[in-house]
Design a protein. Structure first.
Length: 444
């Protein structure tokens, strides 16, 4: 049943609009431009939309429809959902808001009504109150944001689900900026039917998904949540909203969910090897390094830097969060000295000094990478020195061990536009170290 949400052969947009600024118009436009299957615009006003024939109802479409995207007013949703049932459509995304998230009795009753209809016809629902779904593989962009307003990522191995539409769509934008590819995105809103447990279960079995990520405010079915976490074998990163009484209050006001006791969630995450992101920045940072697919065999970190101060900051933070910073053996030190000036430091951090060129980085990185004395590498680059340019990143691509790069500034921003996007680059030593630490916490 879940498969047709992401791999339909045909999609109906119920509420496809003639007005460019309406949600139904944007969803239809996105699908028409990118989706590889058939798209049917549904609107009682049957004038063509974007040159396409419009149908007054899904019941007027002769062909089979695998997926319906509903964008109409909440008051009309029960009627069009029933038509979906009569048409035999089993997968429906309800973008429309105005249900239980309003906190009103009318909204709650309306949501119960669509649940009853769905049960009668055997329909699975994502939503209501969602920004839609996205699948990079087949161009299924059923969101109501245009490419000019929100950057959409290329194909990748990360699948993301979000109870919040804002977190979901902005994650798409930022992941694109950070060159992190996406397999699938789901904003599931009020979770009247399909919830976080269903999505974790699906992504854990989806061959295109190697890393699972999610933003949750609450859990609808605690027992199933524990079951799917126990069965999951893939890296999973969760960001929990509503950790405090203030956040919990905000949660209940926009998705109608109850946040629950954060301590319980925290203990569950630890028990089932869930990587918890404390902040949204953490979520993005962790996905950046996890999507590359390398695992660490231990906690021994080598820091290679041409910037002494950042090396110190990285060392302090690495020690603080439990990474090890062993000093190289005498044998390894002697090997390093072959490629370094006498004033360089061969301790840890290995300070190759500010006059380091690409060749010096290459030689030192090769020695450390081939050594059995370290499990992780942090490469700090003061890229602003005249000796360095984007050629250094060809060297970084040859590193076998898990690694992260710390580099920032305007020159760094320009270089990042030109280089291999699979290199995990962070703008502070602390963020880079924190991301590397995550690799030591993965299941074996």
């Amino acid at each position: 049943m879940m498969e047709k949400f992401f791999y339909p052969k045909s999609v109906a947009v119920i509420g496809a609009s003639h007005e460019e600024r309406k949600i139904g118009h944007v969803v239809f436009k996105n699908l028409l431009e990118k989706f590889k299957g058939k798209v049917y615009p549904i609107n009682p006003k049957t004038e063509p939309i974007l040159g396409q024939k419009v149908y007054p109802s899904v019941l007027d479409v002769e062909e089979e429809i695998d997926l319906a995207i509903i964008t109409v007013n909440a008051l009309i949703v029960p009627k069009v959902l029933e038509e979906c049932g009569k048409k035999g459509i089993k997968n429906v995304v309800i973008i429309s808001s105005g249900f239980s998230e309003t906190g009103s009795l009318e909204g709650k009753k309306a949501e119960e009504k669509i649940k009853e209809i769905a049960k009668t016809y055997g329909i699975r629902i994502i939503g209501p109150n969602t920004i839609g779904i996205f699948n990079s593989e087949n161009g299924l962009d059923a969101t109501f944001f245009l490419e000019k307003d929100v950057r959409k990522p290329s194909k990748g191995n990360v699948s993301l689900f979000s109870q919040s539409g804002t977190v979901g769509i902005l994650s798409l934008d930022i992941l694109t900026k950070e060159a992190i590819g996406i397999a699938k995105l789901v904003s599931y809103g009020n979770a009247a039917d399909i919830n976080e447990s269903d999505l974790i279960e699906y992504f854990s079995q989806d061959e295109k998904t190697k890393v699972i990520a999610g933003f949750i405010e609450s859990v609808r079915n605690g027992k199933k949540f524990l079951e799917v976490l126990k069965k999951n074998k893939k890296p999973i990163v969760l960001l929990k909203g509503g950790k405090t009484s203030f956040g919990a209050r905000a949660t209940s006001s926009h998705t109608s969910s109850l946040a629950g006791d954060y301590k319980v969630y925290s203990n569950i995450f630890k028990q089932f090897n869930v990587i918890e992101a404390e902040t949204w920045d953490d979520l993005i940072d962790y996905l950046k390094i996890l999507s590359i697919g390398k695992k660490a065999n231990g906690k021994r970190l080598a820091i290679i830097t041409n910037a002494g101060g950042f090396g110190v900051l990285a060392s302090d933070f690495a020690y603080k969060i439990g990474l090890e910073l062993p000093e190289p053996s005498e044998k390894l030190k002697e090997e390093l000295k072959k490629y370094l000036p006498f004033y360089a430091s061969v301790r840890n951090p290995i300070d190759i000094t500010a006059d380091a060129d690409v060749e010096r980085y290459k030689n030192v990185l090769k020695v450390v990478d081939e050594s059995k004395e370290f499990d992780l590498l942090l490469v700090i680059i003061l890229i602003q020195t005249p000796m360095l340019d984007e050629k250094l990143f060809e060297v970084l691509n040859e590193i076998k061990k898990p690694f992260a790069v710390c580099m920032n500034g305007s020159k760094a921003d320009e270089i990042r536009k030109k280089i291999d996007k699979s290199i995990p680059i962070y703008d502070s030593p602390e963020r880079a170290v924190k991301a590397l630490k995550i690799l030591t916490e993965l299941k074996s």
